[in-house]
Design a protein around this ligand. Structure first.
Ligand SMILES: Nc1ncnc2c1ncn2[C@@H]1O[C@H](COP(=O)(O)OP(=O)(O)OP(=O)(O)O)[C@@H](O)[C@H]1O
Length: 315
């Protein structure tokens, strides 16, 4: 006899075939995305790709025109009352009463939750100490951002949505935000973050979803996306006119070697790994050639992003 299977916890977010239109214009076009619990997921995409619309649908602020959205197993519109206390939301536009005093508002929000974070410690770590009695509308843009972040996390939510949390922040505030996100992850909180900063996604995210024209067009770990289908390359300099036909013979199938300019060589292969470097250098040693300025390059997430979404500016 098998034991009864334990019901698996629902994923943090499960979106199937989401469609959202504004006045006939399709902003989200059959988007599928599953986000597991306990990880940081970065949602990337060009301006207007549909990221904010998707996130706001998960938060229950927008109703899908088609498809289904489940957040912690709940319908964000029909089961909003049950869902809201369990999620933290940082909106791009603040979503805060402009006349309210900054830290008072945070204290008030904390009191609405059963087990809030320590407000003073949060204020301190986000550098909001000097903003105590200042009205929200009088805070600088960066201070408003940090307060919105504090409001999103103060109630110790299970799942936090952060829409461009570091847009317009100075490097110190950006780092403080990253640290807070890392702490959330360490505490088992699921974080969904949209960003236009690729290094932020590489730095913070366990998984990345790239959205374009209302659909998820790629999904995986940052390292996996940089590796997948990648034409990575190895570069070195040596005397001009090396016999590259002989070099290619010792390389794995599919590898190519070219002299891009006299004495400048490029070896393309997938993957560029330590074995490839060893074969190239062993061949050079056989040929009595010193490969100078030998560099192995993997694509960055920004390069992958541009390859997938195109280099031209969208109108
Ligand atoms: N309230 C609205 N009314 C009409 N159109 C809208 C509305 N909100 C968004 N859109 C349109 O829907 C599309 C998707 O917008 P959305 O804000 O979801 O994109 P995004 O990926 O978050 O972009 P960004 O990176 O610029 O924030 C865009 O073409 C946008 O102009």
């Amino acid at each position: 006899m098998h034991a009864e299977p334990v019901a698996e916890a629902a994923p943090a977010v499960e979106i199937r075939g989401l469609v959202k239109r504004y006045a006939g214009k399709t902003a989200v076009d059959g988007l599928d995305l599953r986000i597991d619990r306990g990880a940081v997921t970065a949602v990337l995409g060009p301006n207007g790709a549909g990221k904010t619309t998707t996130i706001e649908t998960c938060e229950g602020y927008r109703r899908p025109d088609a498809g289904t959205v489940r957040v912690l197993g709940l319908d964000p519109v029909r089961q909003a009352a049950e869902l809201r206390p369990r999620i933290g939301v940082m909106l791009q536009s603040g979503g805060v009463y402009p006349g309210a005093r900054a830290v008072e508002m945070l204290r008030h929000t904390a009191k609405l939750h059963a087990h809030p974070l320590d407000v003073d410690a949060l204020v301190e770590r986000l550098g909001l100490g000097s903003c105590g009695r200042t009205a929200y509308r009088r805070l600088s843009g960066g201070q408003q951002q940090r307060l919105a972040l504090a409001m999103a996390v103060v109630g110790r939510p299970e799942l936090v949505f952060l829409d461009e949390p570091t847009a317009g922040l100075d490097p110190q505030a950006r780092r403080a935000t990253w640290e807070l996100v890392r702490d959330l992850r360490r505490d088992g909180v699921t974080v969904v973050v949209t960003t236009h900063h690729m290094e932020e996604a590489e730095e913070l995210a366990d998984r990345v979803a790239i959205v374009d024209r209302g659909k998820v067009i790629a999904e995986g770990t940052p390292a996996g996306l940089c590796r997948d289908g990648a034409e990575d390359s190895l570069h070195f300099e040596a005397p001009a006119g090396l016999d590259l036909g002989a070099l290619v013979k010792v390389l794995p199938d599919g590898a190519a070697a070219t002299e891009t300019a006299p004495g400048h060589y490029r070896v393309q292969a997938s993957p560029v790994d330590p074995q490839l470097v060893a074969r190239v250098t062993a061949w050079c040693a056989e040929a009595g050639v010193l490969p100078e300025r030998l560099t192995a390059r993997q694509r960055t997430l920004e390069e992958v992003f541009l390859e997938l979404t195109g280099r031209e500016l969208r109108s």
